[in-house]
Design a protein around this ligand. Sequence first.
Ligand code: NAP
Length: 496
Amino acid sequence: MSQTIPTQRNFIGGEWVAPSTGNHAPNRSPANIDDVVGHYPVSGAKDAQDAVAAAKAAFPAWSSMPGPARGRILWKAVDILKSRVEELATMLCREEGKTLAESRGEVNKGINLFEFYAGEGFRTHGKTLPSEMKQTLTFTLRQPLGVVALITPWNFPFAIPAWKSAPALITGNTVVMKPASNTPGTATLLAKALEDAGLPKGVFNLVTGPGGAVGNTLVDHPSVVAVSFTGSNGIGLALNERCAKRGIRVTAEMGGKNPVVVLDDADLDLAASGIVGGAFGSTGQRCTATSRVVVQKGVAPQLLERVVAAAKKLKVGNGLEAGIDMGPAVDESQLKTDLEYIDIAKSEGAQLLCGGKRLTDGALAKGYFVEPTIFGKVKPGSRLHQEEVFGPVVAVVEVGDFEEALAVANGVEFGLSASIYTRDANTAMKFVERSEVGMVHVNNPTVGGEAQLPFGGWKSTGVGEREMAEEGAEFFTQLKTVFFDYTGAARTSKIY
Ligand code: NAP
């Protein structure tokens, strides 16, 4: 049985190479720890250094290739990825735990990102602006940065590597990616697709291994000129500081504590289905997951009746099986965090409305399963309301009116996403205007993102540029302003 479990390698300079450490770690399914997806390199500093050297060597040729030609290689990758959706989704489901349907959705989202950025190869543009001087053409160029490091989390192991690597590559940068240690499999399949698409050697490199040895080496490497990170606030802020010391560009997309506001005039069936999908989809392990419900007292009982009934119906189990609605926590540590916050909420006097326990019946004992959990009567100042759990645990706060709802919704350190359910367009627009988040939804769950729309958060959630869309590509370019004097003669006077 163990003979069929593959031992994987890093992808450096266009070759699949064993880690210099000689070490590998088993990549186990969080739904069934006996299911070993593969053995992945536990790389060290030398592997990261080799990958940076390969990316540096590949930069001159890749950055001088015309954008449309780079785009055609990404289009080839799109075709290959489309033909491998089932393989990618199965890997994603096995190593991260989200259901197969959710995994297919994520893979298709990642492919959309490659489609969008392949087209950007034709469109990366500067501006032409008038000059103060006669017969002088002034314009800007967008040029690539160099070697960029992409450090990604486990919760979207395909979409996030896609939304970072596609804009970095299309704009002419070369890449070293370090995926989360929990989910190296999907990123390895992405590297294989890029290789098969004909990406020149060294343009995209993948090194799996711990944040400490591999991540720190990349962040501190003098040849790495930008870092794009998604993950927790603790790691992201420390990384931001290190990049600041070297004066290099960084974007860090971090935690969320996303509210759904439900007002008296809302369509309660619509709101309930948005809350349940947003809170328990992907086991609540989305940065945009709904983790707070802020409801007007007048409709709280009716809304909660609907939400609790729907949550209780969710079938929890191994996402590879048909009929499963919610998978496991990603690992033992996240399971522990979920259960700890359930205890914290109880000790803070919140009212447990449903769930609250680990599930261990039968085959579930082999995985890290928690019940979909909802707490009512949560105080806005409590830890459950303020801190990111990153699991299927929802806090419900009851409020008197719109102003109080807005204050509670805004009253946390994070600012990623927020949603309001109301039939009143004026109130909805006031919420859009005053919500302290990077993404607002009206009569729609807190989750989601589209390739062409900027993605990211305000306040403690985000440092640096938005991701996805045109803005996501701008992060990977630097501007050059050009003054082109075509008088052909010496100027008699110059303004500056
Ligand atoms: P994490 O623990 O911060 O890890 C993120 C990545 O950083 C992993 O690849 C990790 O490697 C690496 N890393 C760890 N220490 C490092 C170091 N010293 N230097 C460089 N890299 C290092 O986050 P996570 O648990 O994977 O992801 C969950 C978090 O991501 C949540 O807070 C969630 O809200 C956030 N998230 C935010 C967004 C957004 O767009 N705002 C999207 C998705 C997720 P190892 O795996 O080897 O430790």
